[in-house]
Design a protein around this ligand. Structure first.
Ligand code: PEP
Length: 252
């Protein structure tokens, strides 16, 4: 049975005292749930703090990005092996904010997927269409292009050790959540596209939904058959909201 997960993406939020409080509150309240995993992807400077605070807890931690390179003259970049030094389990790859604000492409997502796997990290690869693409009826074409680029870059076997996140760009940080039906259709399409390359890998692949998930809509979204959990931005910054979303996953 494929795993279910809730992963927080803190984005560029936090300062030392507030992150300490948030980590402690999550650690104190979260208990292990069979078949479920919980994690937070924190800004790079807080990885040591997360590792220290969360070791031995039911909450794993990870990063929001990594370099496609393993080492070298790449000023400002952070490698997968550096993330492993802080016992990261996950690295987000190809988030739409990296794509739209930092010029990342399908090619870089494929390269970063490979870099994460080489370092023993579990990549959480984000795909999703913009509002204009959805309105043009291009949602499936965009998802197909993004998935095919991953398959071409790293082969379908890479997805056996990865997670995907369907994150419609129009839903991220906007308060406009995809309906459970819209999410289910996109997730089923993604799974079907991968199944064409390897049905067993597709069946085992966890696909998270991301885009304005809140405690009020999480349960309905997580009840869809191809939605295996969530990637949570804004609502992961308040302990009560994030814990309620984790509880919604546990009760599915
Ligand atoms: C995200 O940043 O991945 C995200 C889903 O953000 P939000 O939940 O705030 O829409």
């Amino acid at each position: 049975m494929r795993g279910r997960l809730v992963v927080g993406n803190w984005k560029m939020h936090g300062e030392l005292a507030a992150t300490a409080r948030l980590l402690q509150a999550l650690k104190a309240a979260l208990t292990p749930v069979e078949g479920c995993a919980f994690a937070v992807c924190v800004p790079f400077p807080y990885l040591a703090q997360a590792a220290e605070a969360l070791r031995g807890s039911a909450l794993a931690w990870g990063a929001q990005d990594l370099s496609e390179h393993d080492a070298g003259a790449f000023t400002g970049e952070v490698s997968g092996n550096m993330l492993r030094d802080f016992a990261c389990r996950y690295a987000i790859v190809g988030h739409s904010e990296r794509r739209t604000l930092h010029g990342e492409t399908d090619r870089t997502a494929g390269a970063k997927l490979g870099a994460a796997l080489r370092s023993g990290l579990t990549p959480i690869v984000c795909v999703g269409e913009t509002l204009a693409e959805r309105e043009r009826g291009d949602t499936e074409a965009v998802l197909a292009r993004q998935i095919d680029a991953l398959l071409q870059a790293q082969g379908v076997g890479a997805l056996a050790r990865s997670l995907l996140a369907y994150e419609p760009v129009w839903a991220i940080g906007t308060g406009h959540t995809a309906t459970p039906d819209q999410a289910q259709r996109a997730h089923a399409f993604i799974r079907g596209r991968i199944a064409a390359a390897d049905a067993a890998i597709a069946a085992d692949l966890s696909v998270l939904y991301g885009g304005s998930v809140k405690s009020s809509n999480a349960r309905e979204l997580f009840s869809m058959p191809d939605v295996d959990g969530g990637l949570i931005g804004g609502a992961s910054l308040a302990a009560g909201d994030f814990l309620a979303i984790c509880a919604a996953l546990s009760q599915r």
